[in-house]
Each structure stands twice: as C-alpha cells, then as structure tokens.
Design a protein. Sequence first.
Length: 317
Amino acid sequence: MSQALMEKIGINYPIIQGAMSWVGTPSLAAGVSNAGGLGMIGAGHEPGEFVRKLIRETKEMTDKPFGVNVLLLSPYVDEVVEVVCQEKVKVISTGAGSPGKYMKKFKDAGIVVIPVVASVALAKRMQNDGADAIICEGMEAGGHIGKSTTMTLVPQVVDAVTIPVIAAGGIADGRGVAAAIMLGASAVQLGTRFVVANESIAHDNFKKRVIKARDIDTVVTGQITGHPVRVLRNKLTREYLQVEKEITSDKNPDFARLEELGRGALRRAVVEGDKDTGSFMAGQSAGLVTKEQSCEDIVQELMQEYRALTSNPVVFA
Ligand SMILES: Cc1cc2nc3c(=O)[nH]c(=O)nc-3n(C[C@H](O)[C@H](O)[C@H](O)COP(=O)(O)O)c2cc1C
C-alpha cells in the first residue's frame, strides 16, 4: 500500500511534512517536496486569495507535488476549497470535521484527500465519506491532539479501514519510521522535526528550544476547553495551567483569561521568538531532535536509518 500511496501522490519517499500554522510556509513545503517527500502549506484562517498566493509561491520553488491543509472551521473555507481546486493542488489534508461536503469537488479536481483523525470512529467515517487515505495522529504530537497514543491508535485504525493509513505523532527518526511501518502505516507524517529545518521560518528561539528539549519538556494545555494542545513548557504554559486549575476548583473561573493568554501565542513563538508569552507547539519527539538540517538531509537521514534497521531485522529463534 505504501508504494501505491506514494505513486498516487507522486512522491519518492513515504515522508510527509505535517501542516503547521505559521511554520508551514512555501519555503518549508517546497523544501520537503524537493527532497522527495510531501510538503504541506497551511491555509489556516486565511482568505482564499491569500492561500492562492501561498500556493503560487510554492509552485515557484518546486515542480514537485505538495499539499495544502484546509481548516474546515475557517470562515473562508468555501473560498479556500475553490482556490485549491482551481490551482489543482495535488493533496489536501483536513482537520476539525469531515470534508464530506466538498468531496465531489475535490475528486472532480483530481485532488487526493487525506483527513487527519485521532480515533477509529472518525477514521471509518472519513473512509465512508470518500477519503483516499487517513493521517492517524497520536497524542505524542505537537499542536492539537487527541487522546490515544500513536502506538495504539495506528494498528487499530489499520484494522478498521481499507485505505492507506499515515502515522503521525512522536516520529522523528528512522526508528520511528520503521515502527510506524511495522504497525501497518503506509507512510509517516512529521511536524516537530521539520520545525528546525533550515527552510523553516520558525524563529531561532523556537528552533533552539526544540533542539534543547528533553523527553519531559512538553505539557498539554487546553484539556479544560476540549481543545488540548501539546506545547513546550514556559511562562505561558505555567500561567495557562494555573488558570485551568483555578477553573477546575471553581475558585475563580476565568475562561476569558485563557482566551487572552492563547490569542496570537503561536505567532508570537514562531515569528517573534517570544520565550515567555509564545506558544512553542512541539511534540514529545522534540527530545529526539538534536540539530538543524536541510529538508533534504532530514529526509535522507530518515530513509537511511529506516533502511539500516529493516535490512538487519532482529530474528528470534
Ligand atoms: C508548531 C506546530 C503547528 C501545527 N499546526 C498544525 C495545523 O495547523 N494543522 C494541523 O493539521 N496540524 C498541525 N500540527 C500537527 C502536525 O501537522 C503533525 O501532525 C504533528 O506535528 C506530528 O507529530 P510530531 O510533532 O510528533 O512530529 C502542528 C504541529 C506543530 C509542531
């Protein structure tokens, strides 16, 4: 299934760069696609014409296929869907809901549709709605997360659907790639490792934090709001978690304060490198990320490590 998926998308390696708001710009997407993987630009909450500009910039930097992450909750979703179809983007990934309503339009435009899911039920629903493949994301991942781990979710989704499954969350080296393939995944999606790519526009403070991070340096905020987010610890997360605690104990329920703390926080981390008030979204795999490299070197290293492991399997008597 891996080969069929790669042929369908038109990539050389089963490596997908996860869409990342603010970080997933044309330079990163083109870098990953030029390296033989699949780069993804994030449409976020941007209007259609802005997304068209991003797509055209990416086309200037690569003649390889790349994808766009369509945020279904965006107020501009209808115009973004129109633009990705007009621009004949090769792949779209979607989060927060089902792209069912737009499926015919995507299919008519020849677009490969790959929703992100965090549960077996949602995976089945996406397959029924006509998805071509599924990105199955575990709670080790950076950014918005579900409740299950990649290790447990991927094989259960693989058992539940017949379309290819792409594993995401906690994968940052060739060992992770090999493990995901063993679990039945056809490809992998990485976010955190690509934050520190040379082609990533993430502020140096962000890249340094990811590189310095240890295994226990991420926390999950937003449990209380129903939108949990994995992020590196800092002053912002300490304050956020404190307010969450106060709300839970009903001491001083201040949801407005949470909203205020979170507003614009990812942009402050990515663009300004604000160590105190920025939201440095990153996965538990940050502890495995040790250096800044080009997308080409990251993709090649992942594949070399994967090949070394799989050509030397551990055999038990
Ligand atoms: C800084 C950052 C921003 C992210 N933003 C988005 C996003 O806008 N849309 C989305 O579908 N996933 C987003 N993600 C999740 C990634 O696409 C990817 O699935 C995830 O990072 C994979 O797990 P990993 O971080 O362990 O590699 C984001 C992740 C990070 C680290």
